[in-house]
Each structure stands twice: as structure tokens, then as C-alpha cells.
Design a protein around this ligand. Structure first.
Ligand code: SF4
Length: 498
């Protein structure tokens, strides 16, 4: 009985930006008696149905955007006589959908680190249950990924998680509902062990795939202090101390390492934290700006963000402290108007964000927005199709204006201007290349409806991705040791280090 782990995608580039972490975690969570799982990431290559034999177990991880392709694979695998197990955010929220549309024998809801093995054992016994409740396990039970299975040359970035869960409750986001609002932090030992394993293999770039790298804000601490809530205060301080401990150990890794993470804008009020990030080689962070207007922030329950000049100043603070920002903006909020698009791109430029992404609001399942949208549809809402009625703009107008913003922000002259923080010509050219590939991957293939443009764009990505991959690769460092851990005696004898 072979175990397959398939990451569905309708588009394959032969190269991908980030490793799909869940595959390597579930590979580690697969009991040894099943042998090594067969991993298929369709963002690289499409799956080959012939590989699936009767009696095999096929695990498919889905979020809303790749659910339809996941369901095609599920039905296909079931027709070939395999056991089909779904997991991931979308299956957690809609287990019955995976059973009805994706041919699932079983669905793992929530964290798969422990529940996956149970589902596999039951498949081997021929008695899979329809649902396994993985729930929200403690950080000490998170499984470390099996990076020995990664095709090193296919990915630009590896991915390691340090904390799961986010205390916020943004209306468009399902993270706080699926991963919970309590930050579950892994110890620095296990995080460092994974990162060192990746650097030994030659990965210099690692995404810290956290829901929110800054789970305790200054406001939280002030509030607990004002309320004289000593228990809460010591809990918050403990989480914060662990963050600093992790960053101080990341700082001891080789200087060529680069980390990237996701963080809320509030981190800019905490310059001690930003300085620790810089020292820890965390060179960039995705910051959810969402909207540049107070009304837009209210629309998404993100009142803790700032707007106008204060927003620009806050984003510049990241840059001043050595952390580049990938600003994430949402268009199509109820309060957006045609002039919002130009105002947003102007704010992004003036705030000196290094990269930006512009997405259109979709009421994703599991979010507060979705519940609002679904209520408005009456008794029989459609199962999958997603759309969002805007008070003054058509969907087409929002889409084409969003595309124009991407074109403007990523025009050659804008990118070249943004690259002026890099001294060498070669470095600036690399920045242009990376900006262009980012834009091609996430704009044209994501929001364009013109199929000729999409197919041209995919060709470009395939072509650009090859030199780009080399820019990210590092020389393997097989002797690298985990900072702050005793060096094993055989390594000392062999002369550890690179
Ligand atoms: S968008 Fe970010 S800050 Fe808001 S709930 Fe989701 S993970 Fe947390």
C-alpha cells in the first residue's frame, strides 16, 4: 500500500516559489510501516494517475482556491481503487463537500499532525471513518517536516512554521477560525533544527510560514498592565520572551540566510522587535495593509491598522529598521470607490514598500465576510461559486482597475526606482527579475480573464523561473550545527562547519 500526498494545482510551472509545507509535515507524520510517501506538488508538475494503485492511500490538502482541482484528483484516485483522504482549511470547514464532490472516504479536520496516522491505519484495515477530528493540538505535538524528501532544485524558498494561530479576527480571514486565536509557539530548538537541516541542503531562503509572527502587541501588554491582570501579563511576556529567544538564535545562523514572514502592522510600534528581526536575518515581511482608508479598515474589522499619513509613517518604520515590506492590499471593499485604486498605489509607493500584492475581495468560506454574504443569498446559496456585489462598481470594473494597479506598481521604471536601495548593478537587476516574476505569477495568472494573456504570462514565468531559482540557491553546508546546542562529538572530530 503506497501513500501519496498531492498538492493540487491547475497550473504547473516546473519551479515553485515556496515548498508546500503540509506535504513534508504529513510525510513525517506517516508511520514508518507505510514506507516513504510519494509527494506530488502540482505547482511543479501534474500528477500521473497511473502511479495510483488499488488499495493505496491518497492524501489531498486543499484550500478554497485549489479545492476544485483537488476534487478532480480525489474522484480520479477513488476510481482507481485508492482510499481518498482530504485535509486542509477548506476540507476542515466543509468536510461533507469533499465527500460529496471529491470522492473522499475520509476527511481530517484541523491539524493533521496526529490524526493523519490514525486515518492511514484505518484505511489499511479497510475501515476508514468519514471524519477525523485533528483539532488544534499543542505546539509540542507539531511534527517537524521531513526535508530529506524535498527536490532541492525545484523550490526557491523552504517553509518552516514557528507559531500557529492569530489573536486578531479580520473579517476576510479564516486563519483565526481554523487555527484559533491562541498563539501556539514551537520551541526555538525544534525550529532551529529544521532550519539548519534546510541550510545544510542548500536552502538560504526560508519563509517563516506563521499566521502572525508578532502575536503579542504593546497594546496587549498595556491593557493587561492597566487591568492588573498579572496572569495574563506573565502569559504575554512569556510568549514575547520566546520570540526574542528564537530571534537571537536565528541571528547566529550563517549571514547568507534570509527569512521572510507575515506580521501585523502593529509591529512597527515595537522597534526593539523590528531590530531583533533584522539581526535574525528576517529581511522582509508580508504586512496586511488591506485598505488605505479608515472606512475600508472598518469594513474588514481591521481598525487596529492605521490610515493616511500615519499608515505611511508606520510602514516606513519597518524599512528604517531594516525589514522590507510586502504590502498586501484588498480592492472591492464596500467603501472603495474608483479613486481608491490610484490612492492605494500612491500610498504604497510613498510608504516605500518593496513589494506589493493587490487582491480583490472574495468572501472565502470560513470568514465573517462569507457568513455575511451567505446570509444575503437566502435559503439556497451556491456551494462553490464566489462573487461579491459591490455598491457602486461592477466585478469587471474592480478586476480591470486592480490589474491596472499591478501594471503601474510593477512597471519597469517603478521597479528600477524601488531597487535604488541596492548598491550593485547586478543586485538591482536581480531585484527587477524577482519583481517581474512575482508580478507574473501572482497578477496575470491570478486575476486576468484574458486567456491569451494568462498563457503568455505562464510561459514567461517558466522562462524567468530558471535563472531566478539559481539566485536563491546556496552552497550546501552539510556540517552546519544548530546554534546554541552542544556539538555532537563525531562532528567535532570531523571539523564541523563549512
Ligand atoms: S489577516 Fe492576519 S492579522 Fe487578520 S486574522 Fe488573519 S492572520 Fe490574523
Amino acid at each position: 500500500m503506497n501513500v501519496h500526498l498531492i498538492n493540487p494545482s491547475s497550473v504547473s510551472f516546473g519551479t515553485a516559489v515556496i515548498t508546500p509545507r503540509w506535504q513534508y509535515v504529513l510525510a513525517a507524520a506517516t508511520p514508518k510501516s507505510f514506507g516513504d510517501p510519494i509527494l506530488v506538488d502540482e505547482t511543479l508538475f501534474q500528477m500521473d494517475p497511473k502511479q495510483i494503485q488499488p488499495g493505496d492511500a491518497v492524501g489531498i490538502g486543499i484550500h478554497t482556491a485549489n479545492a476544485l482541482r483537488g476534487y478532480e484528483i480525489g474522484k480520479l484516485a477513488r476510481e482507481r481503487g485508492a482510499y481518498v483522504i482530504f485535509g486542509g482549511i477548506h476540507a476542515t470547514l466543509y468536510p461533507q463537500e469533499a465527500i460529496d464532490l471529491g470522492g473522499a472516504h475520509a476527511v481530517v479536520k484541523g491539524d493533521g499532525d496526529i490524526a493523519w496516522a490514525k486515518a492511514l491505519e484505518d484505511c489499511r484495515a479497510g475501515t476508514p471513518k468519514p471524519v477525523y477530528v485533528g483539532g488544534q493540538i499543542e505546539a509540542s505535538d507539531f511534527v517537524a517536516a521531513r526535508w530529506d524528501l524535498v527536490p532541492r532544485d525545484r523550490y526557491m524558498w523552504a517553509s518552516v512554521q514557528t507559531v500557529r494561530g492569530c489573536p486578531k479576527h479580520c473579517s476576510f480571514c479564516s486563519v483565526w477560525r481554523t487555527d484559533g486565536q491562541r498563539p501556539r509557539q514551537r520551541t526555538s530548538d525544534v525550529v532551529l533544527e529544521e532550519i539548519v537541516q534546510l541550510r545544510r541542503l542548500g536552502f538560504r531562503f526560508v519563509a517563516l510560514a506563521d499566521d502572525n509572527f508578532y502575536p503579542v502587541t504593546q497594546t496587549d501588554i498595556k491593557l493587561a498592565t492597566a487591568q492588573k491582570n498579572t496572569a495574563r501579563l506573565s502569559e504575554l511576556n512569556a510568549i514575547r520572551d520566546e520570540r526574542f529567544e528564537l530571534m537571537s538564535r536565528l541571528a547566529q545562523l550563517p549571514d547568507d540566510m534570509v527569512f521572510f514572514t507575515q506580521i501585523t502592522m502593529e509591529a512597527a510600534e515595537d522597534t526593539e522587535f523590528l531590530d531583533a528581526m533584522k539581526a535574525a536575518h528576517i529581511k522582509g515581511a508580508l504586512v496586511g495593509v488591506e485598505s488605505v482608508t479608515p472606512a475600508g479598515l472598518k469594513d474588514v474589522y481591521k481598525d487596529f491598522n492605521l490610515a493616511g499619513e500615519a499608515l505611511i509613517e508606520r510602514l516606513r518604520t519597518f524599512r528604517r529598521h531594516g525589514v522590507h515590506v510586502l504590502g498586501s492590499f484588498i480592492f472591492g471593499l464596500p467603501s472603495d470607490r474608483p479613486e481608491t485604486f490610484d490612492a492605494t498605489v500612491a500610498a504604497a509607493q510613498s510608504a516605500e514598500v518593496t513589494f506589493a500584492q493587490f487582491v480583490t475581495l472574495s468572501p472565502y468560506p470560513g470568514t465573517v465576510d462569507f457568513i455575511r454574504w451567505e446570509k444575503g443569498l437566502g435559503a439556497n446559496p451556491p456551494t462553490i461559486a464566489l462573487y461579491w456585489d459591490h455598491p457602486v462598481m461592477s466585478a469587471e470594473e474592480i478586476r480591470s482597475r486592480t490589474q491596472a494597479v499591478w501594471d503601474n506598481f510593477y512597471s519597469f521604471s517603478s521597479i528600477w526606482k524601488r531597487s535604488n536601495f541596492i548598491k550593485s548593478k547586478r543586485g538591482r537587476l536581480a531585484f527587477v527579475l524577482i519583481s517581474k516574476i512575482y508580478r507574473q505569477m501572482y497578477a496575470d495568472t491570478g486575476i486576468a480573464t484574458d486567456s491569451a494573456r494568462v498563457s503568455r504570462s505562464r510561459k514567461w514565468v517558466r522562462w524567468l523561473a530558471i535563472p531566478c531559482r539559481h539566485l536563491f540557491a546556496g552552497r550546501p553546508m552539510p556540517g552546519l550545527q544548530v546554534p546554541g546546542m552542544p556539538v555532537p562529538v563525531p562532528a567535532l572530530a570531523a571539523g564541523a562547519g563549512d
